[in-house]
Design a protein around this ligand. Structure first.
Ligand SMILES: Nc1ncnc2c1ncn2[C@@H]1O[C@H](COP(=O)(O)OP(=O)(O)OP(=O)(O)O)[C@@H](O)[C@H]1O
Length: 609
């Protein structure tokens, strides 16, 4: 089950929300204008009770129908002005806030692309997805609504109380009485709600991860009849989320009830006291009407504080979650011109390379302990080793998908750690065992392998990878491949990935078992074409089968985190029992019987020629 990887800090909601300032800064004038317009509209609402007072004490008391009609006209105009101003506020903020959301989303995406592979290994994709979608939508809503209205409502309440005290200070004090308990209750609510809000938003991320995994893995789910267990896992997560949402709803209902009840009780008390004062002649009926209308006009600004605080708390959590990703350091890159010549040795050289995954147990042995390997210019080196010996890890170090923990890798004498990434990408091309294609056309997928490559290079690469099947697709090179290339067969995807690796004619090529999904006949054709490409590059090819090893000039055996033997296929078959066993495909028991395994492998090698 996915878990949220981030350690979240105990930052106050205001401090979290202040981090939005760089995004809000460019539209601050619009936001301030919108807030000003809203304050104006809200305060216009408070003029209505004053008109009522004038009507009750004037035209109504004096039985003047003309005056009453005039008062009604004033009320209508005030209402229209209030509605118009609120509309203007919305118009002022709608477009700029959509822009803020879009630019925050673009920044997040750009940043995620530049984060190290180790980050993506650790973070469930659903967590990233939910931060880029629901969290950012929450933030836009916060900037549009609670941010403005917390200010607008506070100003309205302040102005309202000035009017109330001006009309009848004793009744004003009665209305003010619930303020202290309400402030205390609101701060308690905020503390509790922030915990629930964080939980709910993280759980939405976990749920998104499960949905994404089951959609991408639909073939496995169906193939193994795992619908029930997947549904159960989903159900458990969604019940957990439902529970958290109910906690939020209960907290909100509680604070809402208090925020509504306490002022209502105070208004009730003021009504009784005011009526007594009117009966005693200490207060005019019009003043009491105006006082109560003002108090009722303040009901909405007070009541809405509960959910405005809730929304603000959720937005503070969303901001925290957004910056948890944005604060992760991007991949280091070399300064200067990116050239870092450290030796005169040409080719691809691994010197004392050590590597440990960042999240691995510090007490465990490193995946690569001390790898020393020299691949001469133009040479193809096959990398052979038992499952889990670190072949993929070693190949991932060359394009710097991971950084070496110790030692160095040089390409024609330049240390890759000191090389600017664009230059490294120019020099090295990779094709992984699991070929990933993007939702784009076949041609675009292949051309991703080289900036500026044209039609000619594309056709050559497709022919090298024996991927001419693309011409038979409904729209040829312009055929759109589905998500992850799922509309193509495994072998077809592998051939396109291979074409992508060779399209830029790289000086160095790293292939992680590039032929594993091909049938025997296609494999033979791809091998023949690859041989031509490999003849012109310096390459490392991870190989599991003798047929792939045959593409290489020499073979390196990776064992126990180091290169334990290097030589030609024949030499290693003779001298290394482990290599012979690996090539024979024999069972564990065969490992000890090096010579007979070697014979098997030699026989297989003969048959592949
Ligand atoms: N992201 C990771 N975090 C921690 N450990 C990892 C990670 N990726 C791989 N490993 C571990 O590193 C070791 C080497 O894995 P690697 O994939 O390099 O082996 P391999 O030789 O390519 O295996 P195979 O032949 O099965 O493809 C394994 O023990 C694996 O569990």
């Amino acid at each position: 089950m996915p878990e949220t990887p981030a350690e979240h800090t105990d930052r106050s909601a205001v401090r979290s929300l202040l981090r939005l300032w760089p995004y809000v800064r460019p539209i601050r004038l619009r936001l301030f204008s919108a807030a000003f317009v809203a304050v104006l509209a809200s305060c216009l609402g408070l003029v209505i009770p004053l008109v009522l007072k004038w009507m009750v004490d004037g035209p109504v008391a004096g039985r003047d129908p003309g005056g009453v009609w005039l008062g009604a006209l004033y009320l209508l105009l005030l209402g229209l002005a209030e509605a118009g101003l609120f509309g203007l506020r919305r118009w002022l903020v709608a477009r700029p806030l959509a822009g803020v959301e879009a630019s925050m989303r673009a920044d997040l995406y750009r940043h995620m692309q530049r984060l190290p592979v180790a980050f993506h290994d650790r973070w469930p994709s659903g967590q990233l997805l939910s931060r880029g979608t629901t969290d950012l939508t929450l933030l836009r809503m916060f900037l549009a609504f609670p941010l403005t209205f917390l200010f607008v409502n506070a100003t309205t309440i302040l102005v309202g109380f000035v009017i109330l005290f001006d009309q009848a200070w004793s009744l004003g004090l009665v209305l003010l009485a619930p303020a202290v308990p309400l402030v205390i209750l609101c701060s308690l609510f905020e503390t509790k709600y922030s915990v629930a809000a964080r939980g709910a938003q993280d759980q939405v991320g976990d749920l998104t991860t499960v949905v994404e995994e089951s959609v991408l893995g639909i073939r496995i789910v169906k193939g193994f009849g795992r619908h029930r267990s997947q549904a159960l896992a989903f159900h458990a997560l969604s019940r957990r989320l439902r529970g958290t949402e109910l906690v939020k709803a209960r907290l909100l209902a509680g604070i809402w009830a208090l925020i509504t009840t306490l002022p209502e009780l105070a208004i009730g008390a003021a009504l009784v006291l005011g009526t007594v004062q009117v009966a005693d002649g200490a207060l005019s009926a019009g003043t009491l009407v105006a006082f109560l209308s003002t108090a009722l006009a303040l009901r909405w600004p007070v009541e809405s504080i509960g959910f405005l605080l809730a929304m603000s708390q959720e937005s503070a959590t969303a901001t925290e979650r957004y910056f948890e990703v944005m604060d992760v350091a991007q991949e280091r890159d070399a300064d200067g011109d990116g050239r870092a010549r450290v030796s005169d040795e040409p080719g691809m050289v691994f010197e004392g390379v050590e590597f440990r995954y960042p999240d691995a147990d510090p007490a465990s042995a490193p995946v690569l302990a001390r790898v020393d390997l020299r691949v001469r210019p133009g040479e193809t080196m096959a990398l052979v080793g038992a499952t889990g010996s670190g072949k993929t890890t070693l190949t991932a170090l060359v394009p710097r998908l991971h950084e070496v923990t110790a030692g160095r890798i040089t390409l024609d004498g330049e240390d890759i750690a000191g090389m600017a990434r664009p230059r490294l990408r120019e020099l090295v091309s990779v094709a992984f065992e699991e070929p990933t294609l993007f939702s784009a056309t076949v041609g675009e997928n292949v051309l991703m392998g080289a900036e500026g490559a044209g039609e000619e290079e594309l056709r050559r690469a497709l022919s090298v990878a024996q991927a001419d099947f693309v011409h038979d697709l409904p729209h040829g090179l312009d055929t759109q491949v589905g998500e992850q290339g799922l509309s193509l067969s495994g072998g077809q995807r592998q051939r396109l990935a291979l074409a992508r690796a060779v399209v830029g004619r790289p000086r160095f090529l790293v292939l992680d078992d590039p032929l594993s999904a091909l049938d025997v006949h296609t494999e033979t054709r791809v091998e023949a074409a690859l041989r031509q490409v490999l003849a012109r590059t310096t390459a490392v090819v991870v190989a599991h089968r003798p047929s792939t090893v045959m593409l290489a000039d020499r073979v390196a055996l990776l064992s126990g985190g180091r290169i334990s033997a290097v030589g030609t296929h024949q030499e290693l078959l003779r001298t290394s029992a482990e290599y012979a066993w690996l090539m024979s495909g024999a069972t564990e028991a065969g490992a000890g019987q090096g010579s007979s395994a070697a014979e098997d492998a030699t026989a297989e090698e003969g048959s592949t020629r």
